[in-house]
Design a protein around this ligand. Structure first.
Ligand code: NAP
Length: 486
């Protein structure tokens, strides 16, 4: 961290900043660096063998660390093998650290015990997660540690532990200056750590929620759900949990230790989650997919599908005429594009509401299968422009960011007064919706559905009405270019 960046972080509320001396192009002038420091700091100087950038000799490096101690830096980071060579002096506290960029080793406790022998004030353990269960092992250690321990797992599989370590007693955590300046795999930016996850407010009573999927890095659910918790000042945090497809059941069992109260569920777990749940509700079994898993009042894991109601509510919203809600879908001709997970849920809702449904899908066989299950019509993908429809629903990703110049339905097929519902929410205004407005159609975007399904999840988790406007604003921010500055 450079001097200017240190000042910028202090202005944003950082209370402790790590100065990475190995990232400076010249040998740093520590007296100058420390003289006007705007916050307490940790002086770290990593060797290249520890994935640092130090180019000087090991002797120079240790001399620099000793100088930091002499100048009274608040903390100095000492790797396990050099901690004895740099004795305690003055007010400077010692962080004895261990990094493993390959794995979370089986002998984690032994490594901790060795660090504890090296006169630490704080122990730092950062190891690579190769499975979500590594994170649980690490957090168990953090909770049991006698010496205050900042312990977390690196990599996307361990990302949540960077935040959750605060719940189990880590005195602080590590975040990068900005997204572009990630210093270790899976690291979050300071803005994300503070702005989205509110790390400083996390304590042993914090309730834990999250989204499970693979990949999960780009999910907007943490942004939306944490915004809801923040707006209600709840002591709760919502985390991204990357769980590989074949590890769902075993990971959820391991995560019992984390006392997670509810999950949003996304690809590839929407089907399999039904088999690990104790119970299902609503149309989950008929749809064959759930997007929510939470503890019911009796403590059982209940799988639910909030996409279904959210989609129907969004379509009904589009049918509102002059302030009057035309609730009835009965008898309306609906053309549904797609036959994947979203189409299955929405198709069932439409069929049950009495809509006259026709399904078109790129792979015709899947359209036939879905149509036969729902007892409705299907047509070939290339004939989709020939069907008369009151309502058009897009359940394909065609037109989704970054392919925003694509549309699944030609402009000249659209007719005035048709209702066009695009389930895509990024961008909010897809080419399909822009074309539809140009042709005088009524439109509803996937933002409506996404916010509603998230709000319904909040209601499952919290058993109270969701702050839907805050959630909508968070989603709109998340899909705007502004979010790249987080
Ligand atoms: P999915 O199960 O993977 O299904 C994707 C569907 O899109 C399949 O029917 C697939 O056809 C079709 N498709 C994919 N690429 C295509 C292309 N280039 N041209 C034509 N058809 C194509 O995915 P899903 O979960 O149903 O999600 C589909 C869309 O719904 C996503 O884009 C997502 O944005 C949206 N969605 C929105 C919300 C919300 O809350 N707003 C919630 C869920 C989903 P094949 O059968 O031929 O592969």
């Amino acid at each position: 961290m450079m001097v200017r960046e240190h000042a910028a972080l202090a202005a944003k509320g950082a209370q402790l900043v790590e100065l990475r001396a190995d990232y400076l192009s010249r040998l740093p002038d520590l007296s100058r660096l420390l003289r006007d420091r705007p916050t307490p700091c940790v002086i770290t100087c990593r060797r290249q063998s520890d994935r640092g950038r130090w180019r000087g000799t090991e002797q120079q490096r240790q001399a620099l660390l000793r100088t930091a101690v002499v100048y009274g830096a608040e903390y100095v980071d000492l790797e396990r093998d050099v901690a004895r060579a740099i004795p305690r002096y003055g007010v400077t506290k010692r962080i004895v650290s261990h990094h493993d960029f390959e794995e979370t080793p089986d002998n984690l406790e032994e490594i901790y015990a060795e660090c504890a022998e090296l006169d630490p004030d704080i122990i730092k353990l950062a190891t690579m997660a190769n499975a979500p269960s590594d994170m649980v092992r690490m957090l168990k250690l953090v909770r049991e540690a006698d010496v205050p321990t900042v312990g977390f797992c690196m990599g996307e599989l361990g990302m949540a532990s960077r935040i959750l370590c605060g719940k189990y007693g880590s005195p602080f955590t590590y975040a990068s200056f900005s997204k572009e300046r990630e210093l270790a795999p899976g690291q979050l930016s300071f803005e994300e750590m503070q702005g989205i996850y509110r790390f400083d407010a996390i304590n042993s009573d914090t309730q834990v929620y999250g989204v499970i999927g693979d990949p999960i890095g780009h999910s907007l659910s943490p942004l939306i759900h944490n915004a809801a918790f923040r707006s209600e000042d709840r002591n709760a945090v919502y985390l991204p949990f990357r769980i590989p497809k074949d590890l769902l059941a075993s990971t959820l069992e391991e995560f019992e230790w984390l006392e997670v109260d509810g999950y949003s569920v996304t690809i590839p777990h929407k089907e399999a989650v039904i088999t690990v749940a104790d119970r299902t509700d609503g149309p989950v079994q008929e749809i064959g997919a759930a997007n929510t898993l939470y503890r019911d009042r009796q403590g059982y894991w209940l799988a639910s599908n909030t996409d279904y109601e959210a989609a129907l509510a969004s379509i009904r919203l589009g049918m509102e005429t002059e302030g009057q809600v035309d609730e009835s879908l009965s008898g309306k001709k609906v053309l549904l594009l797609g036959a994947g997970g979203a189409a299955r849920a929405i198709g069932l809702g439409l069929a049950r509401s009495g809509a006259l449904l026709t399904i078109a899908n790129r792979t015709h066989k899947r359209a036939q299968e879905l149509a036969s299950g729902l007892g409705c019509q299907q047509i070939k993908w290339e004939n989709r422009g020939t069907v008369f429809a009151d309502v058009l629903v897009n359940c394909t990703p065609v037109g989704m960011h970054p392919n925003v110049d694509e549309t699944p339905y030609e402009i000249h097929w659209l007719r005035e007064n048709m209702l066009v519902f695009d389930t895509i929410y990024n961008p909010e205004s897809t080419l399909l919706l822009k074309n539809a407005r140009e042709r005088g159609c009524r439109t509803v975007s996937g933002v409506e559905m996404f916010v509603r399904q998230a709000a319904a999840q909040f209601e499952c988790f919290m058993r109270r009405a969701a702050p839907i406007e805050e959630m909508r604003a968070a989603l709109r921010f998340g899909i705007s270019p502004l979010s790249s500055f987080l």
